[in-house]
Design a protein around this ligand. Structure first.
Ligand SMILES: [Zn+2]
Length: 323
């Protein structure tokens, strides 16, 4: 029944009517807030390209997480800034590593907050690559052992979930096996399954000081042009035991999120990355866009595409608006 019988505008007349037929509703339940933690006490250093985000010492991190939990945000993901970087990323698996300290402190004061840890070595290595370098290349199979050790170390310190972001082949299986063998069969894996070699990560690398010292990450992260390959990556991670799969970045890859949603029956996370955040913040500051509306529209589009969970630096701002 076409026009004039059908008039789509009938259901757009006012906000109450629009509310009744709204298909996608953002909720604070959808959010995971990323946080950066560093050594020291009383430290709260704002990250220049990510306004409102800080490198926090553990005591400040606990305060921040109390606020986050108070807003109803169910979980956070932690990224560590080590005291010393070396070629093996040693602090990443150290008992007194920054993430391990943060986990113990958070679990003590906020036992119910879901604390997820990023599992990767680029924040801890002096060369800034995600694993073990052999002949100027990240060696896949020896890196699996590193990642398994880091995951067990995080679980032992209290992580509720581990999130490998390295893009080595076979790492979800290696981590699952190691967790199970060490008494952590109950700890879920959130796999960065389709992680693209994206220029949108720029501000994050400033925050974590993790830009590679040589080369780039294109020999392990995905080519932005590939969709079918992303589906294969996600399928493999599910076979290896991933409990949640992630697409990263989010906004330039909404089609990938939708394809994963249609193909697999598993919770999907999307990472609304630092560059996506920074662009909206910067344009908002310039007065070129309405920051609040663009933020909510962007987050809604990620959910509409099929994401069940959104990792976003906007989590706190959006949670306040959603009330
Ligand atoms: Zn990495």
């Amino acid at each position: 029944m076409a026009f004039p019988i059908t008039r789509m505008r009938r259901l757009r007349k006012n906000e109450n009517l629009r509310r009744m037929i709204r298909e996608t509703k953002l909720s604070v339940d959808d959010f995971i807030f990323p946080l950066f933690v560093q050594h020291g006490r009383g430290l709260r250093e704002e990250i220049l390209s990510m306004p409102g985000n800080y490198r926090l010492s553990v005591d400040e991190l606990v305060k921040e997480c109390k606020e986050v939990a108070g807003l109803g945000i169910p979980g956070v993901i932690l990224f560590g800034i080590p005291k010393v970087k070396d070629d093996k990323g040693s602090e990443g698996i150290a008992e007194d590593g920054i993430i391990q300290q943060a986990l113990r402190a958070l679990k003590k004061s906020l036992p119910d907050l879901i604390v997820i840890t990023d599992v990767c070595f680029c924040e801890y290595t002096d060369h800034g690559h995600c694993g073990n370098i052999i002949n100027q290349e990240v060696d896949n199979d020896t890196t699996l052992d590193w990642l398994a050790k880091m995951s067990v170390s995080h679980a032992r310190a209290g992580a509720d979930m581990v999130a490998p972001s390295d893009m080595m082949d076979g790492r979800v299986g290696a981590i699952r096996t190691a967790l199970d063998q060490n008494g952590f069969s109950h700890i879920p894996i959130l796999a960065y399954a389709a992680k693209f070699a994206s220029a949108f990560y720029g501000p994050f690398r400033d925050a974590a000081d993790s830009a590679p010292a040589f080369g780039d990450r294109r020999s392990y992260q995905m080519d932005p042009a590939n969709g079918d390959e992303a589906i294969r990556e996600v399928g493999l991670d599910i076979e290896e035991g991933a409990d949640i799969v992630m697409v990263k970045p989010a906004l330039p890859y909404l089609d990938i999120i939708r394809r994963v949603k249609e193909k697999f029956n598993i919770p999907i996370a999307a990472y609304n990355v630092s560059g996506e955040f920074a662009m909206i913040k910067a344009a908002g500051k310039m007065g070129w866009i309405d920051e609040e509306r663009v933020m909510m529209e962007s987050l809604t589009s990620i959910k509409r595409a099929g994401a069940d969970l959104i990792l976003t630096y906007f989590a706190r701002d959006a949670a306040k608006l959603l009330g």
